[in-house]
Design a protein around this ligand. Sequence first.
Ligand code: CP
Ligand code: NVA
Length: 305
Amino acid sequence: MQHFLDINSFSATELWQFLKKAKALKDELKTNGSNKPILAGKTLGMIFQKPSLRTRVSFEVGMLHLGGQAVYISPQEIGLGKRESVADVARVLSGYVDGIMARVFSHDHILELAEYSRVPVINGLSDYNHPCQALTDVFTMWEHFGRIEGLTMAYVGDGNNMATSLVIAAAKLGFHINIASPAGYSLPPTILSQAKSLTEDTEVNILVTEDSIEAVTDVDVIYTDTWASMGQEAESQERLKVFPPYQVNNKLVAFAKPEAVVMHCLPAHRGEEITDEVADGPQAIVFPQAENRLHAQKAILALLL
Ligand code: CP
Ligand code: NVA
């Protein structure tokens, strides 16, 4: 049994298995209008402690496409770790479903679910990382450029769960990454040293800077995410004062390669981390990226359940 908790747990070969499966399932769907029901009779329990559009709908529709069914469990319902211990939730759910997808505040809850679950656990975002999104993002880069290795991404913004997943994905799959964040909001030092140790014997460059122009100059991909993640709402006003130099606008995008693309995991806070002109502009691939959540996660479901 295999869980999908972080990018770090997988080798490049295993990550490529997910990517190739995603491509095969996407091609099958686009060609035939449907997928083979390889998960017929299987169910996925989806625990949500936070809101979601993409994660919820893409997992639910993904299960349907593969012949299975998903059960949505809302933030109000099970009171993970409050009404009932995380371990007991895992033990009980494992008796009903063939896989558990969970979106939680504390990554420890993901680890605890995985420890006590008898079925695969998929991390649908925690305070630590967002591996389903990062897998989707590299799939989208592969689809757009025909390769991943050797590309350069600039991640501009908060050194958050997305930045964490992307820097590890870069280290594993061989793309360079420049991360520009304001002082005090950069990638956690443990993540950075983990990523750097993974790239010791490789050509992959990881640059951490406070200078957004330095980060985006001549890159292939510009990536940004919200300045205040879910759970950090109380810090929003403070962050709004610090982050404006990290806004992805036309002026900043002009420093990247002319053929560079702009990515965002969404939801976008238009006028904050990204402007309308960029989000709706010719270089943005944010909506194909969002669609790819469906295809990438179907690969995870197909290979794990
Ligand atoms: N990108 C992403 O995970 O979106 P949701 O929060 O809507 O699921
Ligand atoms: N960093 C964001 C990602 C949302 C998909 C958050 O955690 O809210």
